[in-house]
Design a protein around this ligand. Structure first.
Ligand code: NAP
Length: 539
C-alpha cells in the first residue's frame, strides 16, 4: 500500500501537494532546493541557478478570487490583483493554516529519481538528494514533481543573425529585476509575452526609447473589465464556456476577435496576432496600449539581423544606436533529476491530462502545475494534486494505456484547432474545460442539475458567475462546508478592498436586462431539470 510520497519543490504546487497527501492520509516529504517556500513567487534580488527569477514589480494577471486554492479564499483586505509579495504572503498563510511547513526539507536538492529494482511490482522510487554536500538515498512509494517550468530560460540566439557582432548589451528577461539600469537608453524587448509587456512598459518611463519586436503579435487585455471588475471574473464563466464550445470554431474565433478589439484596435497598434483565429495566452497589460499611444513604446516586426550597433527588422526598417536588448523569449521545462528516457519521452510527447506519464507500469508518478491554463495555476495544481493522491491511494484509477493515448490524440487535435502553434501549444488549455476534465476524474465537477434543484440561486451563480475554484468543493470527495459562502461572498471580497473612501452611491434600481435574461434561462433550465429527473408530464 502506498504511504510515503516524495514531493519535489515547495512552491505553489508543492505546498498544495503536501496538503492533499495529508488529506488522503499519505505521508509527504517535500524536498526544497532553496531555504524557503514560495518557488516562483518568492522574489530575490539575486538570480539563483535552477530557481525561477521574478522582476520586482510583477503583479498577478489573474485575480485573487480566480487564483486561490479551492478551500482557502484570500484575505478580505487583499486587493483583487496581487503584487508578488502578497502572493507569497498568501502561500505562507496557507502553509500555516494547514500546518505544512514541518514536512519540508530545505536546502535539499533532488539529484536523481529512478525506478526501484522492484518497480513493476511495487511502483517505488529511488531518490538521491544532496543537502549541504551530503548525499542521501531514499525509497518512496510515489512521487509528485512540482518544480515548475520557469527555471531554465529559453534564448535561441541562433534565430538572431549577427547577434555575435552586436556591441550593445543583451540579457534574457530572467535576469531583469528593475528599470534603473535602462534610464536614458534605447532598448529593444524581444517577444510579446507577459514578461515582454511588463518590462517594456516599466522601462519606457525612463528610457530614451523602447521598441518591442514580435513575430506573431498578441491580443492584449486589461485587468479591468466592465464596471471596473476583474476581467477574468467576467470572462471565466461556465455560460461563456458553453457558448464558445457550442459555436462553430470560425464563429467563436470571430467573437473572440471582436471582444479583444473592444478596448482598442490591435491592428492600429501593430499588435494584431498573425493568425487571428487561433488563440495563444493573451498578454494582460493595462499600460502597453497607452505607452504605444504616447510613443514611448514602438512595436516592430521580427528581427532580421543585428549589426554592431543597430537592429534591422523584417520590414527593412532599421533602429540605429541600440544600447540594450532584453530577450523575453520564455522558458523551457527542465527535469534534470529524471533519468528514465521513457518518462522523458512521455513529457516531450504528452502526459495524460498533463499529469500522468502514460507508459509507466505503475501510476506512482505525477506532474503538478506542468500546464498553461488560460487562467491561474494554483487551483489547477491543487485539483491535479487531489487527483494524483487519490490515484496513489488506489481510490481513483487511470484508464487503459490505449484510452489515455486516444484522449491525448484528441486533446492534441483540439489544441491544434484552437491554440496558435507556439512552443507552448501542447501545454495550453482553457481554464474551465481543463479544471472540469480533472475534476471529473475524482467526481468533484459541480453538478449543475443537482444544484438547480437543491439551491437554484447557487446554481445561477455557478453557471453565470465567475468559475471560482470553490466550485470544486461543492460536492464529491473533499467537499468543503464553506464553499457556498465563499462563492456568495466572492464579489464582496473583490470590490471591498478598493472602497477605501466611502461615497454615497444610490442603489441600482430595478432588474437589468442581463439579469432578466439570465433568470429566464435559469427558469427554463430548472423546468428542464425537473422534467429530466422527475419525468413531469407537460400535457
Ligand atoms: P512566453 O509567454 O513564453 O513568451 C515568449 C515570447 O518570446 C513569445 O512572444 C514568443 O513569440 C517569443 N519568442 C520565442 N522565441 C522567439 C524567437 N526565436 N524569435 C522571436 N520571438 C520569440 O514567456 P514570458 O513572457 O516570459 O512568460 C512566461 C510565463 O510567465 C507565461 O505563462 C506568462 O503568463 C507568465 N508571466 C506572468 C506575469 C504576470 O502574472 N504578470 C508576468 C510575466 C510572465 P511567439 O509567440 O511568436 O512564439
Amino acid at each position: 500500500m502506498i504511504k510515503k510520497v516524495a514531493i519535489i519543490g515547495a512552491g505553489c504546487s508543492g505546498l498544495t501537494a503536501i496538503k492533499c497527501c495529508l488529506d488522503e492520509g499519505l505521508e509527504p516529504v517535500c524536498f526544497e532546493k532553496s531555504s524557503d517556500i514560495g518557488g516562483l513567487w518568492r522574489f530575490t534580488e539575486s538570480v539563483d541557478e535552477c530557481r525561477p527569477s521574478l522582476y520586482k514589480s510583477v503583479v498577478t494577471n489573474t485575480s485573487k478570487e480566480m487564483m486561490c486554492y479551492t478551500d482557502f479564499p484570500m484575505p478580505d483586505d487583499f486587493p483583487a490583483y496581487l503584487h508578488n509579495s502578497k502572493v507569497l504572503e498568501y502561500l505562507r498563510l496557507y502553509a500555516k493554516r494547514f500546518n505544512l511547513l514541518k514536512y519540508i526539507q530545505y536546502q535539499t536538492e533532488v539529484c536523481s529519481v529512478t525506478k526501484c529494482s522492484d518497480f513493476p511490482s511495487t511502483g517505488r522510487w529511488d531518490i538521491v538528494t544532496l543537502t549541504n554536500g551530503a548525499q542521501k538515498n531514499y525509497i518512496f512509494d510515489a512521487l509528485l514533481i512540482c518544480n515548475g517550468h520557469h527555471s531554465k530560460h529559453y534564448l535561441p540566439l541562433d534565430s538572431f543573425p549577427g547577434i555575435e557582432k552586436f556591441k550593445g548589451h543583451y540579457i534574457h528577461s530572467r535576469f531583469y529585476k528593475d528599470s534603473t539600469y535602462y534610464q536614458g537608453k534605447t532598448v529593444l524587448v524581444v517577444g510579446i509575452g507577459n514578461s515582454a509587456g511588463d518590462i517594456a512598459v516599466e522601462i519606457s518611463t525612463t528610457a530614451k526609447q523602447v521598441y518591442v519586436s514580435t513575430r506573431r503579435g498578441s491580443w492584449v487585455l486589461s485587468r479591468i473589465s466592465k464596471g471596473g471588475l476583474p476581467i477574468d471574473m467576467m470572462l471565466s464563466t461556465r455560460f461563456f464556456t458553453w457558448i464558445r464550445n457550442s459555436l462553430p470554431s470560425t464563429f467563436a474565433a470571430r467573437l473572440n476577435e471582436n471582444m479583444m478589439n473592444t478596448w482598442f484596435d490591435h491592428a492600429n497598434y501593430g499588435l494584431e496576432p498573425l493568425d487571428r483565429a487561433q488563440l495563444k495566452e493573451p498578454m494582460v497589460n493595462d499600460f502597453l496600449p497607452s505607452c504605444i499611444l504616447c510613443g514611448t513604446v514602438k512595436i516592430k516586426p521580427q528581427i532580421k539581423a543585428f549589426t554592431e550597433s543597430s537592429v534591422i527588422f523584417e520590414d527593412d526598417t532599421v533602429v540605429e544606436n541600440m544600447d540594450e536588448v532584453i530577450f523575453a523569449t520564455g522558458y523551457t521545462p527542465s527535469f534534470p533529476f529524471l533519468k528514465d528516457p521513457k518518462i522523458i519521452d512521455d513529457i516531450n510527447g504528452f502526459l495524460y491530462k498533463q499529469v500522468f506519464p502514460t507508459h509507466i507500469e505503475k501510476p506512482t508518478l505525477a506532474f503538478l502545475g506542468f500546464v498553461h491554463p488560460l487562467g491561474a495555476i494554483l487551483p489547477v495544481a491543487e485539483l491535479q494534486a487531489r487527483w494524483a493522491t487519490r490515484i496513489f491511494k488506489g481510490i481513483a484509477h487511470l484508464p487503459t494505456v490505449a484510452r489515455m493515448e486516444d484522449y491525448i490524440k484528441k486533446s492534441m487535435e483540439f489544441k491544434t484547432k484552437w491554440f496558435a502553434a507556439t512552443r507552448n501549444q501542447k501545454l495550453q488549455s482553457y481554464f474551465i474545460d481543463y479544471m472540469d476534465e480533472v475534476a471529473v476524474e475524482i467526481d468533484v465537477r459541480p453538478n449543475i442539475m443537482q444544484l438547480l434543484l437543491k439551491d437554484p440561486l447557487l446554481a445561477w451563480t455557478v453557471c453565470f458567475g465567475p468559475s471560482t475554484p470553490y466550485q470544486y468543493r461543492l460536492n464529491g470527495p473533499g467537499m468543503w462546508s464553506g464553499a457556498k459562502k465563499a462563492i456568495s461572498s466572492q464579489w464582496e471580497r473583490t470590490v471591498n478592498p478598493t472602497r477605501t473612501r466611502l461615497v454615497n452611491k444610490s442603489p441600482e434600481s430595478g432588474l437589468n436586462l442581463k439579469t432578466l435574461l439570465s433568470l429566464c434561462v435559469l427558469l427554463v433550465a430548472i423546468l428542464f431539470g425537473m422534467y429530466c429527473i422527475n419525468g413531469i408530464s407537460w400535457s
